[in-house]
Ligand binder design. Sequence first.
Ligand SMILES: NC(=O)c1ccc[n+]([C@@H]2O[C@H](COP(=O)([O-])OP(=O)(O)OC[C@H]3O[C@@H](n4cnc5c(N)ncnc54)[C@H](OP(=O)(O)O)[C@@H]3O)[C@@H](O)[C@H]2O)c1
Length: 292
Amino acid sequence: MEIRPFGKTGESFPILSFGAQRIVDEHDCTEDEAIEIVNTAIDRGIRYFDVAWIYSQGQAETRLGHVVKHRRAEMWLATKTWDSTRDGARRQLETSLTRLQTDHVDEWRLHNVWDFARLDEFTGQGGGLEAALQARDEGLVRYISISCHTDPQILVEALNRFPFDSALISVSALDHFFFSFVEEFLPVAQAKGVATIGMKVLGLGSLTHEVERSLRYAFGLPLSTVIVGMETMAQLEQNLAIAETFKPMSDEERLAFFKDIIPLVRPEKLPWKAVDWDNPTAWIPRGRGLKS
Ligand SMILES: NC(=O)c1ccc[n+]([C@@H]2O[C@H](COP(=O)([O-])OP(=O)(O)OC[C@H]3O[C@@H](n4cnc5c(N)ncnc54)[C@H](OP(=O)(O)O)[C@@H]3O)[C@@H](O)[C@H]2O)c1
């Protein structure tokens, strides 16, 4: 797989990385299957694993931890705090470390900063960013990160406030047409040497009929790496095959892809950019970005 540098960290990762949100019962993935999928991912060259404190009441972190226990040195671990307060975030980090069976994570993200009010909470006095700085001083966290999938201007502002090491952003081909992180945020991040991780590549299921073109589209963007949520061995195998043989799309191929998927650019197909995630009938208004 093509390897790319990860911001200013000195690390490099293959273009395909692992989203571990779905290796849980809720997605019909058993513990044995989860362990086998993660072990296979490592055996086949994947190094970067994204997870979060909030996923499935901790089951995603706990299952990843069963592999971390044996293979920590082969894995880059990124987890997240949902709690935007300093004390709450600290408690979530301590729980994450216990579940993941490690004494530190490589990246810790301020999770899902869906609007400017949440950014204020995280970056203000007594906010989660203070917990991240303290944890970095203590060696519990190596790099500080942030994630957003609503409005790219929230992350542009975040970088004005703090030199985050990385950002996790939504980059599906559908996102290209609405509040595009690729257009509005990626150039800013690149100019500042911030590592960028792409997500929502399969549009949370909206693009699973277009796996190959969706992944090729995302791999062709100037991102540091791309996480795909995988919950079966077959998905891992297919995504690895696409990554291992990746060639960027030509302009003609990308235009043909856009033409085919543009009917899907609707709030109900991009619920992460809709006013109401559970009942998506309208886009978020510019500059706001509601909870998803
Ligand atoms: N705000 C945040 O920070 C945030 C939010 C959400 C997710 N994440 C992270 O991002 C990761 C990726 O999640 P996402 O939300 O970006 O979703 P995604 O990767 O766009 O979609 C994941 C879904 O695509 C399907 N899939 C994957 N490979 C496939 C294949 N080869 N063929 C057919 N279907 C395939 C699976 O769905 P089926 O259920 O149909 O099998 C899988 O659950 C998560 O695991 C998590 O780590 C972060």
